[in-house]
Design a protein around this ligand. Sequence first.
Ligand code: FAD
Ligand code: SF4
Length: 398
Amino acid sequence: MTAVHPNHKKAKALKSGSRRPAKELCSECGLCDTYYIHYVKEACAFLNQQFDQLETQTHDRSRNLDNPDELYFGVHQSMTAARKKEPIPGAQWTGIVSTIAIEMLNRGIVEGVVCVQNTKEDRFQPMPIIARTPEEILAARVNKPTLSPNLSVLEQIEQSGMKRLLVIGVGCQIQALRAVEKQLGLEKLYVLGTPCVDNVTRAGLQKFLETTSKSPDTVVHYEFMQDFRVHFKHEDGSVETVPFFGLKTNQLKDVFAPSCMSCFDYVNSLADLVVGYMGATFGWQWIVVRNDRGREMLDLVQDKLELQPVISQGDRHQAVQQSIPAYDKAVTLPMWAAKLMGVVIERIGPKGLEYARFSIDSHFTRNYLYVKRNYLEKLEAHVPEFAKRIVGQYKLPD
Ligand code: FAD
Ligand code: SF4
């Protein structure tokens, strides 16, 4: 039987490759590949910033800007560090995301899981699916470090008659999802989010790998780690590390997608549960429970996890202030200096939640300048109040 929502309106989906309403700011979230494009003007994260409204719809309140943790990490009930007792081989970290999704499916809490596998031909080319078996969820493990049209499968939900669904996704996808949530005809929607920053198109990824790794063709996985290095994992299991401060910033300046250069939802504010790494120390994942649905999801896997409290050490402010003009002028240090700086900052630099704040501050200041310089007319409405307060702590160039 097909479920049809009584108020649901449709419009013709755009052909792949055609220009999207958000133009160059489009993050290819997938909404415009479906008839839900009807709602694009309200739903698109880059056309209509509406965190307050969507936070209230999702968590029953918007974030408390006077609470320093909520200012940075959004509405939440708790934060913790965790890792799987038995990690999933080939997962991005220890596979907490895949484990929760499998558990929800196995227990019949949901009938399907929106996640993203890769195509047969290309390990980094995203292929969103609605998984209905644990094997299909496992095949979606590990990041596809590229813009991914996860919402392109939304029409299939309605066609399948599914009523209980889990969606895994990054901030821009989840913002659009929340905006059309009521039109999906679901009885229950769970959202498991990951943080996301500095994403790229498939072509941009190739440039990044070729500019940064010694062996771009054998990279299977990479991450910007808490030790201030990019870790590339290669097919043969070897790990190559490159210090952040040694990245060829002058060649990489245009590599990040314009959507990601103007995004302020690093921490996926509208997910029920967020699983990342940046608020935890090396080797651990960082878990943010935003509401009761998130708590229910985390409880399902408690016995499979080692847990420890989050910590916060150091003071990020000076490092962030210094990084602003350095990024702006595309300064690249010689490799020996970059390595030395990496070692020093790892020893005395910010850790745990303070590392997460360092990363948020560095990206928000950079993105604020990008929007100001390229989309001045959007600046006021597009930058949310929490980001304005965070950026306001620093002195920015014009
Ligand atoms: P796995 O069990 O390996 O599962 C990964 C899940 O991610 C899969 O279910 C898959 O469907 C989904 N996925 C993969 N690629 C995409 C994509 N492009 N879009 C949407 N969903 C996708 N965490 C931080 O703390 N700081 C960061 O800066 C950060 N940047 C990220 C950038 C990107 C592009 C992505 C996709 C994730 C990022 N994360 C970041 C999250 C982090 O890298 C891990 O994904 C997270 O900790 C989960 O690890 P895991 O082992 O539990 O996941
Ligand atoms: Fe459409 Fe998503 Fe692109 Fe916005 S970001 S224009 S909603 S595909």
